[in-house]
Design a protein. Structure first.
Length: 279
């Protein structure tokens, strides 16, 4: 089987983690690479700092073994992996988002898929463009301001998730507008993590989403954005809780109950209006 460049990189990265090989990890990142750690809240700049961060982690937790890949979104020069990873202390499902350039990582964001306590968005900082972008984004969503939302995406922006990949800023915003019309806009409840680096940000939080005309649920999510000149060129998001399979099962259970309720009401009406014959 022929592996893609993203798959080859992921295999090499997982092997280096398992071997605690910081030299190999250093070679997998560009000298000016950016890494956002959602779990620690740290931003590391440069391959040397990233390798030192891995060395520090190995000194605490030991080797990281990848025992399974739950999902892998392969976009060629970027990918999103949700993997089961274990150390000597614990096993967890993690997400990792990579942007590659010439087979090496130019950007990496990662975190673990487990619920966190809510936290406030960091105090507004004029020197933090990612914060300004995020606030404008959610202001536009809450106001259903399609024009502002469109201006936040580059014309060639890519949105990737397990639900599929959309290419083009206008395609992305048109899809969001259609969803607003069907189920209403999402509502941001709280944030638990917010990490910003040069032209990048990663967040975790809780949002209320519509899944039908009368179905809205609070879900915990992660989201990673790459920016260029203040506009999104890449965004990916995923569910922390419930997980996609759990959400599908819950929505199916709800739909089945609705159908049963409708059938019960219909049968009751049929019995109510049925002709009665006296003999």
């Amino acid at each position: 089987m022929q592996l893609t460049s993203a798959q080859v990189f992921h295999h090499r990265w997982c092997a280096a983690l398992a071997a605690q090989d910081t030299a190999a990890l250093r070679e997998l990142y560009h000298a000016d690479a950016v890494q956002l750690s959602v779990g620690t809240g740290r931003t590391l700049l440069g391959a040397e700092a990233i390798a030192a961060g891995f060395a520090e982690f190995f000194g605490i937790a030991g080797a990281v073994n990848t025992t399974g890949v739950e999902s892998f979104i392969d976009l060629g020069t970027s990918f999103v992996a949700e993997s089961t990873q274990s150390t000597g202390f614990a096993q967890a499902t993690s997400y990792d988002v990579f942007a590659l350039d010439g087979g090496r990582a130019r950007f990496h964001a990662g975190g673990s898929i487990f619920p966190r306590s809510p936290a406030a968005l960091p105090a507004q900082d004029p020197a933090a463009p990612g914060q300004a972008f995020f606030r404008r984004l959610w202001d536009a969503i809450s106001m259903q301001d399609a024009a502002t939302l469109t201006s936040l995406y580059a014309p060639d922006a890519v949105h990737a998730s397990v639900a599929g990949t959309m290419r083009g800023g206008q395609v992305i915003t048109d899809s969001l507008r259609q969803r607003w019309r069907q189920v209403g806009p999402p509502q941001l409840r709280s944030l638990s993590c917010f990490v910003e680096g040069p032209d990048a940000l990663a967040v975790e939080g809780i949002a209320n989403l519509g899944f039908g005309p009368d179905v809205r649920l609070d879900v915990e999510f992660y989201e990673v954005w790459l920016l260029h000149q203040g506009r999104a060129v890449f965004v990916t998001n995923g569910l922390i809780s419930p997980r996609p399979a759990e959400l599908r099962q819950g929505l199916q259970h709800y739909a089945d109950n609705q159908i049963r309720n409708i059938q019960t009401v219909a049968q009751g009406l049929a019995n109510l209006h049925a002709p009665r014959y006296w003999y």
